[in-house]
Design a protein around this ligand. Structure first.
Ligand code: FAD
Length: 293
């Protein structure tokens, strides 16, 4: 019944893809192959992460510029505020605006492990700073399973509301595997008057061992059924890929049935799985009208 369940969003779903700056020449090649493969499905935007405290903001900016030039897609840099002053952030924002960038994913960034004091700026402050510079389209992060530093779920929800009230126009969630948790979170957002789209962040999991480490740090639950699904596959990447595709497609199917029609893919710079899931959603390369003209 997957076809029937996906029927409602066929052709209507919007997708976006997230990439990260490659560290080697070979990784750079993989990134560009992925961008070229995914660009024809016409995502609403693509974004490129920036490692807070990495001092490599220029690399994010360079990739964003190249994506814009090569594909014409809306390319959104991630920007963190934990490692910059208000004046620096304003100047970065002006530079972005002057080079034609209109969409920014505004984040606080993770605190360095050595941090002892509360950060001077949170993401809601960054949204205000960006707004004070220009009329950016701003996305922010949301946490269906609560951000690890938040004292409680309500505090974290109100934090998202502060970011939206400051001028964010959509929220992208941390990845998750329990669809029910996402749906309850969406309902709680609506109940406190958050009226922007809460876009699920979809992570097709090809490296399960890495996921376990990352999930612990980010407070994301990895359900037992997932442990079972990847059992015995540590040395079998082909089967892991198929399992990953199956799980992500199933999630997207259930979310579609619940009325979700926008999906953000954590691609990890690979195109295969995101492309296949988009295909199942009916998000496919546009047929050139020149063929029929
Ligand atoms: P905030 O919204 O500022 O929240 C951080 C924490 O502080 C929360 O627990 C919140 O409840 C709490 N809080 C907020 N305001 C206050 C206050 N006034 N007093 C006390 N506590 C407060 N990281 C990167 O380094 N680079 C990236 O490119 C990147 N991209 C991401 C993309 C997405 C879609 C997501 C979901 C996360 C991304 N991250 C990235 C990770 C993110 O930077 C971390 O999760 C970070 O710890 C929190 O960022 P935030 O923007 O959610 O912060």
């Amino acid at each position: 019944a997957i076809n029937r369940n996906l029927h409602d969003v066929q052709g209507k779903a919007k997708v976006s893809f997230e990439f990260f700056p490659p560290k080697t020449e070979q990784m750079e090649q993989t990134l560009w192959q992925s961008i070229e493969r995914l660009a024809p499905v016409a995502p609403s935007f693509v974004s490129v992460t920036y490692g807070a405290n990495s001092g490599e903001r220029d690399r994010t900016h360079d990739i964003i510029k190249s994506i814009k030039q090569r594909t014409g897609l809306i390319a959104a840099p991630h920007l963190t505020c934990v490692d910059a002053s208000v004046d620096e952030l304003k100047s970065i924002a002006r530079d972005y605006w002057n080079s034609g960038i209109r969409h920014i994913v505004a984040l606080r960034g993770d605190l360095p492990p050595s941090a002892t004091e509360k950060p001077a700026l949170y993401a809601s402050d960054l949204v205000e700073i960006l707004r004070s510079v220009a009329d950016f389209d701003i996305s922010v992060a949301a946490y269906p399973e609560v951000h690890p530093e938040a004292p409680n779920a309500q505090f974290d929800l109100l934090n998202l509301k502060r970011k939206v009230d400051a001028g964010a126009s959509r929220a992208i969630t941390q990845f998750f595997f329990d669809v029910e948790k996402f749906l309850r979170y969406r309902d709680r957002c609506a109940a406190i008057g958050i009226d922007v789209d809460i876009i699920p962040g979809i992570l097709p999991v090809t490296n399960f061992q890495q996921l376990i480490k990352f999930a612990n740090l980010t407070n994301v639950a990895v359900p037992n059924w997932m442990h079972k699904a990847y059992e015995g596959l540590d040395h079998d990447p082909t089967t892991r890929n198929l399992v990953a595709a199956n799980i992500a497609m199933e999630m997207v199917k259930v979310l579609s049935r619940e009325g979700i029609d926008q999906f953000h893919f954590y691609t990890l710079n690979r195109s295969e799985l995101s492309y296949a899931i988009c295909h199942m959603l009916g998000v496919r390369p546009q047929v050139q009208s020149a063929q029929t003209a």
